[in-house]
Design a protein around this ligand. Structure first.
Ligand code: ZN
Length: 250
């Protein structure tokens, strides 16, 4: 399995990286994508990928860190090479203190860069799916994933039409998460990815601070049960999807 969104550079994971990766591998998780959300985050992640095989890097500016200095820094990060994606980038209208117009401008500037660098995008989106779709529609042929996707099954069709993948996190394991469970039942398996987003998203069994990449199997299992498919098939297809999107060899 590939944990397609895990913040290995953040506490508490970075404090016990060897243990985190060992537990993950023992649980069948052998590759990881660290999404970068700010210049400080990218800087902390580079040495982790250099020291550990199977750890891949993405770099982007999260809407919370959207400013021109970070955009300029992103050009240097892309030029340094070794990225499998631009992300996490996106729109978050739940964060009311962050201006929507600034978020959109910095998001579009990063879509431009992904397009030029021929890299896929890892997208964070909350309460902004209409604006997100309007922006992505401008970039015909750009590939990417909606990470820990929270839109409805009705909304996802327009993104599937554009070729995007949908990634499921620990939210899908929670008994209360009806909307996401419905989404997990309706998206074709060929478009599904899995991620823990640890240490930020809990599962039914583990609170966020306890979640590690080794818990990715809980998410694969939830998908298998919801879709009434064999666990092996869910693992095989989601792994292949991740390799394909991020151009990772396993
Ligand atoms: Zn994240």
């Amino acid at each position: 399995m590939i944990d397609t969104h895990v913040h290995l550079n953040d506490e508490p994971l970075c404090n016990d990286l060897a243990g985190v990766l060992e537990r993950a591998r023992a649980a069948g998780v052998s590759a990881f994508v660290i999404p970068g959300y700010s210049p400080d985050g990218w800087r902390a992640s580079r040495p982790i990928a250099a020291a550990h095989p199977g750890v891949h890097l993405a770099a982007g500016i999260h809407p919370m860190f959207a400013d021109d200095a970070s955009l300029k820094a992103l050009d240097g990060e892309i030029a340094a090479g070794g990225l499998v994606a631009i992300g996490e980038i996106g729109l978050d209208y739940a964060l009311q203190e962050f201006d929507k117009a600034v978020q959109m401008r910095v998001f579009m500037a990063q879509l431009d860069r992904a397009w030029e660098a021929k890299l896929p995008v890892a997208i964070h989106c909350r309460h902004a799916f209409d604006d997100l779709h309007a922006a992505l529609r401008e970039y015909n042929g750009l590939r990417g994933v909606l990470h820990s996707c929270s839109c409805s099954l009705e909304q996802i069709g327009a993104f599937l039409d554009l070729g995007y993948y949908v990634s499921f996190s620990g939210v899908v394991t929670r008994s209360q998460a009806r909307k996401v469970k419905k989404l997990a039942q309706g998206v074709p398996l060929e478009r599904c990815l899995i991620e823990t987003d640890s240490p930020y998203i809990g599962t039914e069994e583990h609170p966020p601070a306890e979640v590690e990449p080794c818990h990715l199997g809980e998410i694969a299992r939830a998908l298998a049960v919801l879709r009434d498919e064999a666990l092996e098939r869910v693992i095989e297809v989601t792994t292949r999807n991740a390799c394909d999107l991020f151009n990772i060899d396993m």
